[in-house]
Design a protein around this ligand. Structure first.
Ligand code: ATP
Ligand code: MG
Length: 391
């Protein structure tokens, strides 16, 4: 019976002057999310977005529930400003929600004050219209109703609905600039990327690959993760694969073993920052969580962070592994992440990595080899793949 969905985008309302830009971005993302389905009207009106639905109702609902920036959405009936038309729609909504009777209330909102009745009066009259037409198996309950019939009076018409479905929340992907995710094949970094998108950032990823220590399978795993992230982004994810073998071998050969991880991660950050600047990304994103492993103590993070100027954002910093796994399962990355292929972090792994590295010692170790030349080689030999949605 419903031919329209009304989309709410709560948080965007707070964005003042940038509001139009945010709304346009959300409308664009909604259109992309629905692009596999037949074309339809997606219209932005005052403070809401309206979407036409047909026989594909369930598919549209499924696609919309994945779009960041949507707070909630409702199947609605549209009526003119005529009382009779509005109340008739209310009756249909009520019978749809409670076909066999039960408790309900009517709630009204009048965003256009030119409508001749105030909200409580609209609700009162609607309830009386409904009770004239329904049986004794229905009753009013203002506090714990089984169903609520909502009437929204807006300039362009009246909208009547029963249920509100939860949206993915967050902000529309792409409205917040671009970031560069350091994406391993592990559990944490895809979750970090998902969180970046949830807050509106458009995602590109850099992956450090150490062939033949890490094989084709481990690269494919990262490509699969990008494909998954690209679906949430509604656009392909650019993946920059850095060939890191020579750098890792040189670190292993020249530096004290306990400093291997610290130095490897400083090299990763240096390279990721350079790629980010080339691609106009405004921050690096990682899946680090405070204290999780030796390279993620405060001392390690500070020594590693020392080599870059761009902000390094770590959305998982306060989460336990268990909490991260739960999100990974929810977003569908977990199964791929636990496939048992080597990551470059697990090769040449020292027995006792430095938990509290010192900056001067780290620099002294780095001074033992010509890393700048190797860094140039890494940057000159990047394989960039465009993954997902339209590949
Ligand atoms: P993850 O599960 O994301 O691999 P982790 O708990 O295994 O994280 P580390 O392996 O120490 O922790 O890596 C910390 C972060 O460094 C990762 O979340 C990721 O952002 C980045 N990182 C690690 N390895 C790579 C890699 N091969 N390529 C790109 N980024 C990487
Ligand atoms: Mg890892």
């Amino acid at each position: 019976m419903y031919k329209l969905l009304l989309v709410r985008y709560g948080e965007l309302g707070l964005k003042g002057k940038n509001r139009n830009q945010f709304i346009n971005c959300l409308v664009k993302n909604i259109k992309t999310a629905l692009s596999d389905l037949p074309p339809r009207r997606v219209e932005s009106t005052w403070g809401r977005i309206l979407i036409e639905v047909g026989d594909d109702f369930d598919l549209v609902v499924q696609a919309l529930s994945q779009v960041f920036g949507i707070y909630s959405f409702s199947p609605v009936l549209e009526a003119s400003w005529q009382m009779e038309a509005i109340f008739e729609a209310a009756l249909q909504v009520l019978l749809d929600a409670l076909p066999a009777g039960g408790s309900f209330k009517v709630e009204s909102r009048r965003s256009d004050k030119n409508f001749p009745l105030e909200s409580p009066e609209i609700s009162r009259r609607a309830a009386s219209y409904l009770f004239d037409r329904i049986g004794e198996e229905y009753r009013a309950d203002m506090h714990h109703p089984e169903a609520t019939v909502n009437i929204e009076i807006r300039t362009e018409g009246a909208y009547v609905y029963g249920q509100s479905l939860p949206g993915a929340k967050g902000l529309p992907v792409g409205c917040g600039g671009r970031v560069m995710l350091l994406l391993s094949g592990g559990i944490d970094s895809p979750v970090a990327g998902w969180m970046a998108m949830k807050r509106g950032a458009a995602l590109e990823a850099v992956h450090f690959h150490s062939f033949p220590f890490t094989g084709e399978k481990s690269k494919e795993k990262v490509i699969d993760l990008c494909r998954l992230l690209s679906r949430r982004q509604g656009a392909p994810v650019k993946l920059h694969v850095v060939h890191f073998t020579e750098m890792q071998k040189a670190i292993h050969e020249h530096c004290r073993e306990e400093y291997g991880i610290t130095i490897m991660r400083r090299m990763m950050f240096r390279i990721a920052e350079k790629i980010a600047r080339r691609r106009s990304a405004l921050a690096l994103y990682t899946g680090e969580s405070l204290g999780q492993v030796a390279s993620q103590t405060l001392e390690s993070m500070s020594v590693i962070n020392d080599v870059v100027k761009l902000p390094v954002l770590r959305p998982l910093v306060g989460l336990d592994k268990e909490e991260i796994i739960k999100i990974a399962q929810q977003i569908g990355s977990f199964e791929t992440s636990i496939l048992p292929y080597e990551d470059c972090c697990t090769i040449f792994l020292p027995n006792y990595p430095k938990i509290r590295p010192r900056i001067n010692e780290t620099e002294a170790e780095e001074a033992k080899f010509d890393w700048e030349e190797l860094l140039k080689d890494c940057l000159g030999n990047i394989e960039t793949l465009v993954i997902g949605v339209r590949d």
